[in-house]
Write a protein that binds this ligand. Structure first.
Ligand code: FA5
Length: 344
């Protein structure tokens, strides 16, 4: 028995010394097969166990297991060291200095139009308005006729239209046709919806006007909805969008689909009403158009104007983003200049 243990000890010492001389992962694996593998030298020595008495076998077996564990542990540590050395050699060859600070990864962010759209929609969601999707390509009737723009009426020229080669099919000039879609879907149920989306107008591009821009439409229809509801809703919006304590003012206006119609201003977020370049020294900034839904439009949507009333409003999203972020040229939004997109 002591003979076998002595052989194991000797093999263990030899294996440990041999392990220290291996320098690559492949060499260390060859070492494993030579000493600890199924056909390795340790297994060969342990074949002698069969000649021992049943009392002696467990003692020798126990010692063999201990030696095996120690060698396996040594192999694992040695292989880790080899891997670290190999990595260091590769890095040194490539000239990489791992102690240098890393480069900040470029992360994307929402486009300012999308950010403003999400802010606006979120505010109205909290007031119980749900998003309603409606098409960007419309019939002339949806965009104008059903919204009470009489044929050949000069009001149509308020919005210069892009026509398509298909007669009567146009790119919508505003999100208001979505009012008809929403009403026809839900009438006679009361509704509160917001309709965000792209609009197109064939007009000269300037610092304030684009050919393609976004609007958010709002529509509430029910019993006893009054102008005060419109005012309360928009004041709440202005406070959340531009900060608590905002004042709003209504100026009379004209839209064929609302009666009465108003344009709504908020007190200048830059000068607080004192007068500055942004508000053109008026103290006020225009933020949207609105009014009570015209009875003809209610009827076209499927609501009886004797029973139902409603309000609607529509705002330009880029214009809201411009006010909030102090951008003075709408053309920057879609010129894809990364410096602008990073700044706002
Ligand atoms: C309308 O489009 C009405 N449909 C709004 C409305 C809805 C009134 C519901 C009443 C009830 P207007 O043409 O004023 O109105 O446009 C509304 C807003 O869209 C403007 O205040 C402006 O913010 C934005 N807008 C209009 N034209 C452009 C343009 N060319 N470029 C960028 N924004 C524009």
């Amino acid at each position: 028995m002591s003979d076998l243990i002595a052989q194991l000890e000797e093999l263990s010492a030899e294996a440990a010394a041999a392990l220290a001389t291996t320098q690559t992962t492949a060499e260390s694996e060859a070492w494993y097969h030579e000493y600890l593998g199924r056909k390795g030298r340790m297994t060969a020595v342990l074949r002698g166990l069969g000649q021992l008495s049943p009392e002696q076998r467990p003692q020798v077996g126990k010692r063999a297991n201990e030696i095996k564990q120690v060698l396996e542990q040594a192999l694992a540590e040695h292989q880790e060291q080899i891997a670290a050395d190999e990595m260091a050699r590769v890095l040194a060859a490539e000239g990489i200095d791992v102690t240098m600070p890393g480069r900040r990864p470029q992360v994307g962010k929402l486009h300012p139009t999308n950010q403003a759209m999400r802010d606006i929609v979120h505010i109205f969601n909290q007031m119980g308005f749900q998003v309603f999707d409606s098409p960007e390509v419309e019939t002339d009737d949806m965009n104008f006729g059903l919204l009470n723009f009489p044929l050949d009426h000069p009001a149509r020229e308020m919005q210069d239209t892009f026509f398509t080669t298909t007669p009567d099919v146009i790119l919508r000039t505003h999100t208001s046709p979505g009012q008809i879609h929403a009403m026809r879907k839900y009438a006679p149920e009361p509704i509160r919806v917001v309709l965000p989306g792209k609009c197109y107008r064939n007009e000269d591009v300037t610092a304030r006007s684009e050919m393609m821009f976004y609007q958010v439409e709002g529509l509430a229809i029910g019993h006893n909805i009054t102008f005060s509801d419109l005012k309360g809703t928009l004041l709440n919006f202005a406070n959340q969008m531009y900060g608590e304590g905002r004042k709003i003012r209504f100026r009379k206006s004209y839209f064929p689909f609302t009666e009465p119609s108003v344009e709504v201003d908020v007190d200048c977020i830059l000068c607080g009403g004192a007068g500055c370049r942004i508000c053109k020294y008026t103290g006020w900034l225009e933020i949207l158009g609105a009014g009570m839904v015209h009875p003809v439009v209610l009827r076209n949507g499927g609501y009886d104007p004797a029973i139902y009333s409603g309000f609607a409003f529509g705002m330009g999203i880029e214009r809201q983003a411009m006010l909030k972020r102090g951008v003075d040229d709408i053309r920057l939004f879609y010129s894809n200049d990364v410096r602008f997109l990073e700044r706002v």
